[in-house]
Design a protein around this ligand. Structure first.
Ligand code: FMN
Length: 239
């Protein structure tokens, strides 16, 4: 049975239960054996307060040792210095608790880009704090749908997909929504690199910094609706 476990402690900080080591930004953090012991104890008791005396006897297993809360305090304080990202809570009365990170899956954030890359809809992210709101990320589905390589798109405003077909009422909807920093969903006439017309249903959403509430990014989700649009045009032509 594979018992190799990587536990996410905090952002970019992982505990390897096999080697009993902590990696921060991919570098092993050097800890004393007592620090490692106390950390392991805190991790196995995530979200549960452990009394200072229990920690003391866990670390200094020799029961002849006189219990000194100061030793535990110093040990925890040194661990905090080495791993400031950990949230070790100190309860009145001498208990310590490691608070669990809200992430539900250990390496989930590391996989986020892969998830976006493999999504079936086109995904674009732009940076409104740069001149002319250039694209800073596109996924594979977007690149495939329009026939461009990422390096041909990154750094440009998405309007290049409209070519010379700029007389579209939906563009005014986008401008108004973006001025008001609101979501918008419209269908645009866009053009594949080969020149082929694509009806693109795009949803553009402002993304705000949680702390400052300032506009940070725009997220665009693109869906090729050419087939349904052509059907609509055909039906319109029949009536
Ligand atoms: C994240 C994001 C994605 C966008 N995706 C598209 C797109 O796929 N196709 C398109 O024609 N315009 C897209 N736009 C809209 C254009 O970038 C631009 O905002 C629009 O053409 C209206 O502005 P303009 O009058 O300056 O051209 C997107 C905008 C943002 C912010």
């Amino acid at each position: 049975m594979n018992t190799h476990h990587i536990i996410k402690l905090c952002d970019r900080c992982y505990w390897d239960s096999t080697t009993e080591t902590v990696k921060l930004h991919n570098e092993i953090v050097s800890l004393t054996s007592n620090m490692t012991k106390v950390l392991k104890l805190l991790i196995t008791n995530y979200n549960k307060p452990i009394s200072s005396i229990d920690i003391f006897f866990h670390i200094w297993e020799n029961f002849e040792n006189e219990y000194k809360p100061r030793n535990v305090r110093n040990l925890i304080s040194n661990l905090r210095k080495r791993l400031p990202c950990l949230s070790i809570i100190n309860y009145y009365g001498g208990s310590y608790m490691l608070k669990k990170n809200r992430e539900s899956h250990p390496l989930f954030t590391d996989h986020l880009i892969e998830i976006l890359d493999q999504a079936k809809n086109g995904i674009t992210i732009s940076d409104p704090n740069q001149n002319d709101n250039p694209v800073i990320y596109i996924n594979h589905a977007f690149a495939d749908a329009f026939g461009y390589l990422p390096e041909e798109v990154i750094g440009r405003n998405c309007r290049f997909l409209q070519g010379d077909d700029r007389d579209q009422s939906a563009l005014e909807e986008i401008r108004q929504a973006m001025n008001a920093q609101k979501d918008v969903t419209v269908t645009l006439r866009n053009y594949h690199k080969s020149g082929k017309l694509i009806y693109n249903e795009v949803t553009i959403s402002p993304i705000f910094d949680k702390k400052t509430q300032k506009l940070k990014y725009y997220l665009g989700v693109q869906k090729d609706v050419t087939a349904i649009q052509q059907l609509i045009q055909q039906i319109k032509g029949m009536v």
